[in-house]
Design a protein around this ligand. Structure first.
Ligand code: THU
Length: 161
């Protein structure tokens, strides 16, 4: 029997103002996207902004549905939009933020399992990591160098041969 420990590093910034300019700008775009979320059922508004290697920023927000499972998270709205409209661009980073109309979202919000899997697909496709910037409504920002870090032992195309 062998034991193998999987660790990853998170950088924690006290606030948006502490981030380097390009990353701060990206998170501000995610906040902007958050404000346009369609979340009448959960009132949990999520915004995502992707930075492409072309310098372009692609935004997304959660889109809910009266038939709940038909809705989609902000991260997948954004990443599928990038995949559909900029298929050859490299995605450098994704900023994610959430605010609720019912409770205070005081700590950074991390993508759900389905979104981690979907973002990871594009890391594998492009052969380079996608940086994650995570924030609640405001306050601390977590930076993570790759989505693979938060999806250990993940499944990808390499298993399919
Ligand atoms: N949501 C996201 O948009 N991203 C996440 O990573 C977690 C959850 C959305 C889905 C749903 O519209 C609402 O937040 C409550 O779960």
């Amino acid at each position: 029997m062998r034991r193998h420990k999987i660790e990853f590093e998170l950088s924690i910034f006290d606030s948006l103002e502490e981030l380097p300019t390009e990353e701060r700008r990206l998170m501000i775009m995610a906040v902007d996207a958050r404000g346009m979320a369609y979340a009448p059922y959960s009132q949990f508004n999520v915004g995502a902004a992707l930075l492409l290697d072309t310098g372009e920023i692609i935004k997304g927000n959660n889109q809910e549905n009266a038939s709940y499972p038909s809705g989609l998270c902000a991260e997948r709205v954004a990443i599928f939009s990038a995949g559909a409209n900029h298929p050859n661009a490299i995605i450098k980073a994704i900023a994610i933020t959430a605010a609720s109309e019912k409770i205070k979202v005081g700590s950074p919000v991390a993508p759900c399992g389905n979104c981690r899997q979907s973002i990871k697909e594009y890391e594998v496709k492009q052969g380079s990591p996608i940086k994650l910037l995570l924030m609640g409504e405001r306050g601390e920002v977590y930076k993570c160098e790759s989505v693979a870090d938060i999806l250990p032992l993940g499944f990808d195309s390499s298993y399919l041969g």
